[in-house]
Design a protein around this ligand. Structure first.
Ligand code: AMP
Ligand code: MG
Length: 706
């Protein structure tokens, strides 16, 4: 038999520690099913680990999946030890020998005493060494002083595994002696409990659904170190078990078969020993970021020649056609993924509901019920959520069933308990009742293997529920789009500081950074830059290095102090877009060292509206969200307004009492109006004479993502 569906890898612990907080000192395990990794599991002590392992094996057996279950300790001792201790060279007899003698409870075990006892049997100077306890143990030295070992120091495989520890060393950093002694009894019990379904590699033929294998995470140390550097607070053991499981799952089954093909009937072997390169490559590939897409072209903002004023729709179309994703992607656990953008479609791992279940508390039976009064005998037992009824519901009988309980065989229809009179062991109720009433069909919400969310989706709280329900624990997401923000102008002072005459507070930068946060992008605050070309040049260089997009505000016109547009035209392939929009002029689009720049107007009102109308959808494309248009709707105007043809206009607006009102002044310096408003009224390019009561298009700020 070749091919495993599930790889679960365990980093064992031989010690007594029971840290409550996940730490490296206890047991870590990670399951990869059909190539999908679950979050690593932290198991505080061996008792918990044993329960978890039993549960895992049961789940995999029930689902008919083949499980490769790996442990990071030797399955056998150097040649001769088993024979000398048990009278047989069968390593599995040695497992049972230890199982009969090792006592293990959280906080106490007898491993050092047993090691001393074994040593005394062989003259008291070995093979075990390093007593880790405070009290002395006869026959077990604290150090290697006076140590002699009647058996080989190392197994054959350990001669190849550089840096591995011997199974004779009972204490000290990295010692595996205690791990083996405290691990083999657990494995011996699992073998017994799942007799006939578990085989031990390389001692037995692997023709069972579960294979126990020996692993050594140091084989993929290179990949582990790289992954540790990418993570914020990595726990090495957790990274190791995840990567070993992912690596094995990522390797061709034929190659795994090759790795399994060893001859080590007494000592055992490390799976993958001498295949380090292949394992490291598979581990790296399993966590690699998706390819980072090529940069945008330098001419991507070029406007068709001869165009005087570009209408808003045409400008948007140009952006939509020219821009594309610029961020890489990587996998992450669902718990971290809120607000991130999916870089690949997500497929349901399981149906929702996974099995048919009851929608109400009540009584269930077979078939439909005709009109009229009915009496039905009750069957003993009940079905509850998480506690399924094990039997079959007999024809003509009803069974007590609770909301969420799996519908047992023989039941199709459920009647609400409020509609029933319970008398002794019978229920009385009135029909009719349709077959399947009050029962939810398996998969009626979502079917397993169907796409539940598509690439480009920014994950919402509701998505967390959906993905969890269909068994998805990890998703592929785009790296957040990094957006640098800088304000330009000699007149600007930081809010909260003293502003001298002629100075104003920088309002755009706090606004833009806040908008970016709401949009789900990563703002990079590059501060204020005076109207000075060299400083601006340096700031743009930094921005291009640190971000995927640059937003500047101010200095974008063609005046004396408009250094942004001057500099961008010199070196940044500037395109001053003369867009037919009010408020909003001017908007400068350019590329600075391969990074797109949105040169926003200095007026805060125009800066905000240009960001909402142009920069936001453009950045959505760069971030992998695709092109998203804000949802607006028609509302009766609570104002009169005459508008000339030629420019699209945006008015600061809000809805009150079912009608939309606009801010008293259209002046583009009126920041209070931005704050007063809760959205924008969008007036089309043509001339218009709006009267109170006419329908106008209103777009709430929320529709833009604010
Ligand atoms: P500019 O585009 O640089 O000519 O600026 C147009 C107007 O917006 C001027 O009145 C500037 O003082 C003002 N302005 C520019 N940048 C900001 C800013 N960051 N915060 C507030 N007002 C600004
Ligand atoms: Mg200026």
């Amino acid at each position: 038999m070749t091919g495993f569906d599930t790889f679960a890898m365990v980093d064992w612990s031989g010690g007594n520690q029971r840290p409550v907080k996940p730490s490296a000192d206890a047991i870590w395990a990670c399951v990869v099913r059909h190539g999908q990794a679950e979050e690593p599991v932290y198991l505080r002590h061996r008792g918990l680990a044993e329960c978890w392992l039993e549960g895992l094996i049961e789940v995999e057996l029930t689902a008919g999946r083949r499980l490769c279950l790996g442990f990071d300790f030797p399955f056998g001792y150097p040649v001769g030890f088993a024979q000398a201790l048990t009278g047989s060279d069968d390593p599995l007899m040695l497992w049972d020998w230890f199982e009969a003698r090792i006592e293990d409870a959280p906080g106490h075990n007898n491993r050092f005493d047993l090691a001393g006892k074994i040593n005394r049997k062989f003259g008291g100077t070995g093979p075990f060494w390093a007593n880790g306890l405070k009290r002395d143990i006869d026959g077990l030295g604290r150090t290697k002083a006076g140590y002699t070992n009647p058996f080989p120091e190392r197994r054959v495989v350990e001669g190849l595994a550089r840096g591995s520890f011997t199974c004779w060393q009972m204490a000290g950093a990295g010692a595996v002696g205690s791990q083996v002694m405290m691990g083999l009894p657990v494995l011996a019990r699992l073998r017994r409990r799942f007799a006939g379904q578990v085989a031990v590699w390389p001692f037995e033929v692997l023709d069972t659904p579960v294979a126990l294998v020996e692993i050594w995470p140091s084989l993929i140390n290179r990949a582990v170190m790289e992954e540790m550097q990418r993570l914020v607070t990595p726990i090495k053991d957790a990274v190791q078990v995840r990567l070993v499981a992912l690596a094995m799952a990522g390797i061709d089954p034929d190659r795994i078969q090759r790795m399994l093909d060893v001859d080590a009937p007494e000592e055992g072997w490390i799976l993958g020993q001498s295949y380090e390169d292949e394992l490291n490559a598979a581990a790296r590939a399993s966590v690699a970021d998706g390819p980072v897409p090529p940069p945008l072209r330098n001419d991507c903002f070029a406007l068709p020649t001869g165009v005087e004023w570009t209408p808003v729709d045409q400008a948007l179309r140009l952006l939509r056609d020219r821009l594309k994703v610029v961020v890489g992607s990587k996998a992450m656990g669902l718990t971290q993924a809120l607000g991130h953008v999916l870089s690949a479609d997500v497929v349901a791992q399981r149906s929702n509901p996974p099995v048919a279940n009851s929608a109400v508390d009540g009584y269930g039976f077979a078939g439909a019920i005709p009109p009229g009064a009915h009496v039905m005998p009750l069957q003993a037992g009940r079905a509850a959520a998480g506690v399924p009824f094990e039997g079959v519901v007999a024809p003509g009988k009803a069974l007590r069933v609770l909301t969420g309980a799996a519908i047992p065989p023989g039941m199709e229809t459920v009647i609400l308990e409020e509609d029933v009179n319970l008398k002794g062991d019978k229920i009385a109720f009135n029909g009719p009742l349709k077959q399947g009433a009050n029962a939810r069909r398996a998969g009626e919400d979502v079917m397993a293997s169907k796409v539940v969310l598509e690439a480009g989706r920014r994950l919402t709280p509701a998505d967390m529920a959906l993905l969890s329900a269909v068994g998805v624990g990890r998703v592929e997401t785009y790296a957040p789009l990094r957006v640098a923000v800088l304000s330009t102008g000699d007149e600007l002072v930081e809010a909260g500081q003293v502003a001298g005459p002629g100075k104003i507070y920088d309002a755009n930068r706090p606004m833009l950074l806040a908008m970016l946060e709401k949009f789900g992008f990563q703002g990079v605050d590059l501060g204020r830059v005076p109207d000075d070309r060299a400083t601006l040049r340096a700031a743009l260089d930094t921005a291009a290095e640190q971000a995927d997009v640059i937003l500047t505000s101010g200095g974008a016109s063609a005046g004396d102090e408009d250094h942004v547009s001057a500099l961008l035209s010199e070196a940044g392939a500037l395109q001053a877009w003369r867009i037919a929009i009010k408020p909003g002029r001017p908007l400068a689009l350019a590329m600075w060292q391969g990074t797109p720049v949105f040169g926003l107007p200095g007026n805060p009102v125009a800066a905000m509206i240009c960001t909402l109308v142009f920069a936001r959808p453009a950045m959505g494309l760069l971030a992998g969200e695709g092109w998203r248009e804000p949802v607006g709707f028609e509302v009766s105007a609570d104002f009169d307004k005459r508008k000339k043809a030629g420019r699209r206009e945006y008015l600061r607006a809000r809805v009150r009492g079912g009608v939309v009102e606009v801010f008293g002044s259209e002046g583009s310096g009126r920041i209070s109006g931005l704050s007063w408003a809760e959205g924008l009224v969008e007036l089309p390019d043509g001339a218009l004479d709006i009267r109170r009561g006419d329908l106008v298009r209103y777009i709430p700020y929320g529709s833009f993502g604010l």
